[in-house]
Design a protein around this ligand. Structure first.
Ligand SMILES: Cc1cc2nc3c(=O)[nH]c(=O)nc-3n(C[C@H](O)[C@H](O)[C@H](O)COP(=O)(O)OP(=O)(O)OC[C@H]3O[C@@H](n4cnc5c(N)ncnc54)[C@H](O)[C@@H]3O)c2cc1C
Length: 274
């Protein structure tokens, strides 16, 4: 499920209530920890997180960035129930809630410091006291309880989602996790799962190419479920291989384009289907 197309739209007629989504939650950074030279973990807190829903595995949030003065815009509910932004719509990007601690009221997000975009730049400079706002969580992916074997792949941007997926896998499944990263220094520790083998691949050539190669090399079992998220073009190659060459049923292939070379604010609902 994606958040942005519906964000702030009124409920369908006949259903009472205001905007379909609540306004974003204003939060403050309480901790920043470098995970490696290209990734940073940012922990947010705020009273607004009190009713934040426990995110599903691989869920996503919308991060609303502050302006140059550090202020985060607040929307108002317009006459038609939509959210309106009197001071201009803030820059918004999609991220994965890596860990929500309901007791502590904190939300941890891992950012790739790819250097080129406003969200990456914001995270690289974030410090306790930095402010932002968060929409969501959204995303209803659930682990099929009948799945016994998994092939999971992703690049740095998908590491947080893959970590949540590993935490959600039942103990008795087996699987492989393939991760593509710029270099060995970008590797992060992931939750251990006794049945799952993790392989890191050095990025060579186009982003995601090493993942697509690994997919081609590996023998997928008859009942293997695949989850893969990385650069949008690579995701298309992976999906076309899975559904075309491997004739994998659609229900066993979850493919997500998380970003696209040369494109700002890639949509959160890219399932690599075109
Ligand atoms: C469902 C979902 C969950 C996601 N979860 C995470 C997450 O937890 N952590 C995370 O870091 N990202 C995550 N992403 C990816 C993130 O939304 C994008 O990387 C986003 O483009 C970053 O915004 P930006 O402002 O830094 O760059 P943008 O302004 O969007 O893009 C600027 C330039 O940077 C390039 N670029 C964008 N992302 C990358 C990248 N990862 N590597 C190299 N170049 C890039 C673009 O091609 C563009 O040329 C997720 C995406 C989706 C759809």
């Amino acid at each position: 499920m994606s958040l942005s197309p519906d964000y702030g739209r009124p409920r369908p007629q006949g259903r009472p209530g205001g905007p379909r989504r609540r306004p974003p939650r204003h939060v403050e950074v309480v901790d920043v920890q470098p995970l490696n030279p290209r990734m940073v973990a940012v922990v947010f807190a705020g009273e607004s997180l009190a009713d934040f829903a426990e995110p599903a595995p691989t869920a996503h949030i919308k991060l609303f960035l502050p302006d140059a003065e550090g202020n985060v815009a607040r929307p108002v509910v317009g006459p038609d129930g939509r959210l309106e932004w009197p001071d201009g719509r803030p820059t918004m990007r999609t991220y994965t809630p890596r860990r929500f601690d309901a007791e502590a009221g904190t939300l941890e997000v891992w950012f790739v410091s790819h250097g080129d975009g406003p969200a990456a730049r914001w995270a690289a400079r974030a410090e306790p006291g930095s402010r932002a706002a968060i929409g969501g969580p959204a995303g209803r992916f659930s682990v099929d309880p009948t799945a016994t074997s998994w092939w999971i792949g992703g690049d740095e941007s998908a590491l947080p989602a893959i970590a949540t997926l590993l935490e959600a896998l039942p103990d008795d499944v087996t699987g492989q996790v393939h991760l593509e990263a710029e270099g060995p220094e970008v590797r992060v520790g992931l939750p251990a799962h006794t049945g799952v083998e993790v392989t890191w691949h050095q990025r060579v050539g186009e982003p995601g190419a090493a993942l697509v190669d690994a997919l081609h090399r590996d023998g997928l079992g008859d009942d293997t479920h695949v989850w893969i998220a990385c650069e949008a073009s690579a995701v298309r190659k992976a999906r076309s291989y899975l559904l075309g060459d491997r004739v994998l049923p659609r229900t066993r292939a979850t493919t997500r384009g998380y970003w696209a070379v040369g494109e700002a604010n890639h949509p959160d609902h890219d399932f690599g289907e075109d």
